[in-house]
Design a protein around this ligand. Structure first.
Ligand SMILES: [Zn+2]
Length: 590
């Protein structure tokens, strides 16, 4: 969804608006992994039009007229059919619609235009994400299994001669990922292999949110699929992935509840594997057996494991990349995170977000907070037009454009300074640290806080009967926490040094009710309050910044004096004839 909702802040909870904006900023999408109702036609026409990217003008009215004629759902108009020439699903309109429409009605007048729209529609234009999400889960899975079997059959990887010659039937699978432990943002190559007496195949997994775990489990899925083609006896599948073999054997003795696997990484692959194994009758069900990797054993299972390992790990550098396998969307949670780079994300989403947030802040890509989440009153002119106040405006300008010369920003730019707070605390010297957290400036903040609360009380007391008591309490809480991190701030973080304050109107639930006279009076009070706070907070920012500069200059002076003293001592220790050779008059400076 590309819409943003800050204007809805009176109707929607902050958390929703913020979550939506974070998704927007990080490129994260939430994919509905089963949209088969659209293929079945179980979707309201009105909804289809609304979610269509570019509906022709007047279409919503047409839908209304058709609804009055009793036609509400897509399935009432026809069915989806494959267009074998263009290899896409298209909507085919059934011929007996026209007689159903009342003669000379609005619906029968609109019908030809609507029919044109329906026939022009392809499944890709109405499905969010990959079109295959329109297939029912079981069909998608059957399709993926067909593809995997065909890939194994078509594999040109030579079968190991020792395995081929052995009378003992067995299989092995292995996964590989390079780099071994990739960071969330790093590109990677993820491959897996399955080998047996009659087959050997290697595959790759796309996307950036995969790794060794996915490779190992997908390897087991492919091996189980291959083993399931032999229906007579149980085939052992050897893996060096202890976790998977344990998890599957535990799942057989103690079937997992739906929520038990809800947060497990690679859960869709585990679900697939378990369902596949459960569907095979015990006498012929393959058994997954753990075997140690890289042993010197000469047993056949060690041999099979070594072959599978070599196949998967050597395929990273092959000029032709192994074929990529389908995503197991049919076993994913109903709503799954997705990005273009990562593909489907089944890892922990909060660590995903903090990782990318931290990276963005180190790379200096942190964007300004969304202005729309904060107070919308225009700032007062006075602090910006009067010369003595200009310093506050400059601080704010630098802070907003991320040009404020803090130790951390200097460090990021040139790497020739230390990033820590110059007043001595072991914290990164970011604007938020200096203005909100740094204990060295707490006295200034406390001082101004009581001034802000004082002004607020005076203003509210003078507006008796205009602002109700509960709003007054809310406004005082806001005033008390302007200079600190607190939940009154939309993101929990104080942003006062950017000239922003939390919305004063958010504390007034009944702001739009009451007599026009009262509303106007209230608007006036709120504007005055917002202006007072704004003027006060930018003053705090400039005082703190000024104080930091003063301290840094003081330290520099002390440092220079010490250097000079040291130089003087060295000079004094020199023989007189050497002293005379040194240019400048050091003696006079001492
Ligand atoms: Zn500090």
């Amino acid at each position: 969804m590309d819409r943003t909702f800050p204007r809805q802040k009176a109707n929607l909870p902050w958390a929703w608006i913020l979550a939506q904006q974070v998704l927007e900023q990080t490129g994260l999408r939430i994919r509905w992994t089963d949209q088969s109702h659209i293929l079945r036609g179980d979707v309201a026409i009105e909804h289809l039009i609304r979610s269509s990217s570019d509906p022709p003008e007047g279409l919503p009215r047409v839908a209304n007229n058709l609804s009055r004629a009793g036609l509400n759902f897509l399935r009432q108009f026809g069915a989806w059919q494959t267009d074998s020439v263009q290899n896409v699903w298209r909507f085919s309109v059934s011929p007996d619609i026209t007689p159903k429409l009342p003669l000379f009605s609005a619906a029968s007048r609109d019908w030809p235009a609507f029919r044109g729209w329906l026939t022009s529609m392809s499944i890709t234009s109405v499905i969010m994400g990959d079109w295959s999400l329109a297939l029912p889960r079981e069909n998608r899975r059957a399709f993926a299994e067909q593809v995997l079997k065909a890939m194994i059959d078509a594999s040109t990887v030579p079968v190991d001669p020792l395995l081929n010659a052995s009378s003992q039937t067995l299989m092995a699978s292995d996964g590989s990922c390079t780099p071994g432990m990739p960071k969330l943002h790093e590109r990677r190559s993820t491959t897996f292999s399955t080998v047996g007496n009659r087959h050997a195949a290697v595959f790759s997994i796309g996307g950036r949110n995969t790794g060794i775990l996915q490779a190992e489990v997908y390897g087991l899925v492919a091996a189980t699929l291959q083993a399931s083609r032999n229906t007579s006896n149980s085939i052992p599948i050897y893996t060096d992935h202890l976790n998977s073999s344990r998890l599957i054997s535990d799942a057989f003795s103690n079937p997992p509840s739906t929520h038990a696997w809800a947060t497990k990484p690679a859960r869709s692959l585990y679900r697939w594997l378990l369902e596949m194994l459960t569907a095979i009758n015990p006498p012929s069900r393959p058994t997954i057996i753990y075997t140690q990797a890289h042993t010197t054993s000469e047993s056949l299972e060690a041999r099979a494991n070594a072959v599978a390992d070599a196949l998967a790990s050597q395929s990273h550098s092959k000029p032709i990349r192994p074929a990529s396998v389908p995503d197991p969307t049919f076993h994913m949670d109903e709503y799954t995170f997705f990005t273009k780079e990562d593909g489907y994300i089944e890892s922990n989403i909060s660590s995903y977000l903090s990782h990318f947030r931290a990276r963005a802040s180190v790379e200096g890509q942190t964007t300004l907070p969304f202005r729309s989440l904060y107070d919308q009153h225009a700032p007062p002119d006075h602090p910006y037009t009067r010369a003595p106040s200009a310093y506050s405006a400059v601080i704010q300008l630098y802070a907003r454009s991320q040009q404020l010369p803090t130790a951390f920003s200097q460090f990021r730019r040139s790497f020739n300074t230390l990033p820590w707070c110059r007043t001595g605390c072991k914290q990164l010297e970011t604007p938020h640290h200096i203005f909100v957290e740094c204990p060295s400036f707490e006295a200034i903040r406390i001082n101004h806080k009581s001034a802000i609360v004082g002004h607020t009380r005076t203003l509210l007391d003078s507006s008796e009967g205009i602002v109700d008591d509960s709003s007054k309490t809310g406004l005082i809480t806001l005033a008390e926490n302007l200079l600190h991190d607190h939940e009154v701030w939309p993101t929990g973080q104080s942003q006062y040094f950017l000239g922003m304050i939390p919305s004063v109107n958010s504390t007034l639930p009944d702001f739009t009710t009451g007599t026009p006279h009262k509303t106007v009076a209230r608007t006036r009070v709120m504007t005055r309050l917002a202006n007072t706070w704004h003027t006060e907070v930018i003053r705090v920012a400039s005082r703190i910044w000024g104080e930091l500069q003063r301290r840094c200059n003081h330290q520099r002076t002390i440092l220079m004096r010490k250097e000079k003293e040291k130089l003087g001592e060295i000079w004094k220790s020199l023989p007189t004839h050497v002293q005379r050779c040194i240019p400048g008059n050091i003696e006079a400076d001492l």
